[in-house]
Design a protein around this ligand. Structure first.
Ligand SMILES: NC(=O)c1ccc[n+]([C@@H]2O[C@H](COP(=O)([O-])OP(=O)(O)OC[C@H]3O[C@@H](n4cnc5c(N)ncnc54)[C@H](O)[C@@H]3O)[C@@H](O)[C@H]2O)c1
Length: 461
């Protein structure tokens, strides 16, 4: 099955089965603040396991149910919970003969007393799974992205609005330590009035290969994707074959959107994207892996190696995103925050503030990091020690859990989720229509004018 067929299969199946989950009454209605949550996870692959590690470390979370269609991934996740000395969760998705059931997540959503579910499956499954969860009244923490097509994003939004079920996009980079210090600096006015921002996903994914730890399954040669691939390579590389656009916008746009208060006094108004030629993945298979006779050498990759997207904002800022995953390069998200009084760039960890920095010279960011460290980081740095991605994975889970416990609004909410993620289909459309500039849909339907910023204003979440 192609990814779209798999998705349609899930969507149609889920529509039929949804009523059952929604009517089951399995989920706990949101009421007074709670001190403990019973959480579930759909998709216990490599990312799910990183997030699970954060869940099992917490005393205020019980991992009540897990679902994956691959026995190895489910077993690994189960072993993590057991090793942490926590009660064994209910498991879904793999039958006694080891066969996966792609619809089993609907049964998980009927599991009694769930306070929330984390979705960490391949991209094309996020929208149908999140919609099913919201209709079953199970609050959602969804891995990036929110959907694939533009219609997905409207569907996810409408499901959230009609059910009132909380939804948070688990965009961890918003919680990166330097990103949060810069947020404090933006709010303190150090950069003056913001004018231009940049970010992106600049991560060499040519060798998406992971060691399964299972000698019987020789995954991970670096040229295998699709059915023979392992973890992300099994589904993600297929997107590079079929699609051309800014495929992974939220790590770059999330922090930028928070800096300029998107949906809270500001909004995206226009978008366009340019794509370079596609050479890197083919070159990698044929010349670097020397696998010119391998079936992957015949794949025609559609995704341009560098996709550059420009967004215009209502308040006059421009934001540039770069998607750069198929050429050799060290990892960097390439942030730049620039205003009338100075700029920060993360690549060289440098900053220039007019009147403070020596004229025309960069300064090391360190002393600013120390001075503007976010209260959340000051409070929880020790707890975040060892968590994924330099600690930020601790904070994104912490935010989801604490906001749910308090019945508070999600700090990265449904409007953030759908607008950040809808950059992908809009950028695909722009490229397909000759790099055309498109109007950006206003998912808030005018509410952006009056909504107030809420993200990371104190040391709670
Ligand atoms: N925020 C981050 O820093 C970050 C990092 C890595 C991945 N991710 C995101 O996490 C998600 C998962 O990525 P990954 O690297 O873990 O991929 P993965 O392939 O390792 O894990 C996905 C899991 O979903 C399971 N799955 C597929 N269909 C299913 C179904 N119908 N029901 C239940 N389970 C199903 C697969 O068997 C697999 O174990 C993606 O959206 C990815 O973009 C985010």
């Amino acid at each position: 099955m192609t990814l779209m067929q798999r998705r349609e299969f899930l969507r149609n199946g889920s529509a039929a089965a949804l009523g059952a989950a929604a009517l089951s009454g399995g989920a706990r209605a949101a009421a007074a603040p709670r001190s403990r949550l019973r959480l579930a996870m759909i998709g216990t692959g490599m990312r799910g396991q990183v997030l699970l590690r954060e869940l099992v470390r917490r005393d205020d979370v019980e991992v009540a149910a897990l679902c994956d269609i691959e026995a190895l991934m489910l077993q690994r996740a189960l072993a993590m919970v057991e090793k942490a000395g926590k009660p064994r969760p209910a498991t879904f998705g793999v039958d006694a003969a080891g066969r996966g059931d792609p619809m089993a997540y609907l049964k998980l959503l009927e599991h009694p007393g769930l306070d929330g579910v984390i979705i960490a499956t391949p991209w094309e499954l996020h929208a149908p799974m999140a919609i099913a969860a919201m209709q079953a009244k199970v609050p959602v923490g969804c891995e990036v992205v929110a959907g694939v097509t533009l219609q997905d994003h409207w569907d996810v939004l409408r499901a959230q609005q009609s059910t009132g079920t909380p939804y948070m996009l688990l965009e961890n980079v918003c919680y990166r330590r330097d990103v949060m210090a810069v947020l404090q600096m933006v709010r303190a006015g150090l950069f003056g009035e913001l004018v231009h921002l940049q970010g992106g996903y600049q991560h060499d994914l040519r060798a998406v290969k992971f060691n399964s730890g299972d000698p019987a399954k020789p995954y991970g040669s670096g040229v295998e994707f699709g059915a023979k691939g392992w973890s992300e390579a099994r589904w993600r590389t297929e997107h590079s074959v079929q699609r051309n656009g800014e495929l992974y916008p939220s790590h770059g746009i999330g922090p930028c959107a928070m800096y300029v208060n998107i949906h809270r006094g500001n909004r995206f108004t226009h978008i366009n994207s340019f794509a370079s030629k596609a050479r890197g993945l083919h070159d990698y298979v044929v010349n670097k892996m020397k696998a010119k006779d391998h079936p992957s050498a015949k794949a025609k990759f559609k995704l341009g190696d560098i996709v550059t997207t420009t967004l215009a904002c209502e308040n006059g800022e421009t934001i540039v995103l770069q998607h750069d995953t198929s050429l050799p390069r060290p990892y960097s998200l390439g942030f730049r925050v620039q205003g009338t009084d100075g700029l920060w760039m993360d690549l060289n960890r440098s900053i220039h503030i007019e009147g403070i920095s020596p004229p025309h010279q960069w300064e090391d960011f360190k002393r600013y990091q120390d001075r503007f460290d976010h209260p959340l980081w000051k409070k929880y740095a020790a707890a975040a020690e060892g968590a994924g991605h330099g600690g930020m994975d601790y904070f994104v889970i912490h935010a989801f859990v604490e906001a749910l416990k308090a019945n508070a609004p999600m700090p990265i909410d449904i409007y953030d989720a759908v607008a950040w993620s809808a950059i992908t289909p809009l950028s695909e459309q722009s490229i397909a229509e000759g790099f055309k500039t498109l109007a950006f849909p206003d998912f808030t339907e005018g509410q952006w004018k009056t909504r107030k910023p809420i993200f990371a204003f104190d040391d709670r979440y």
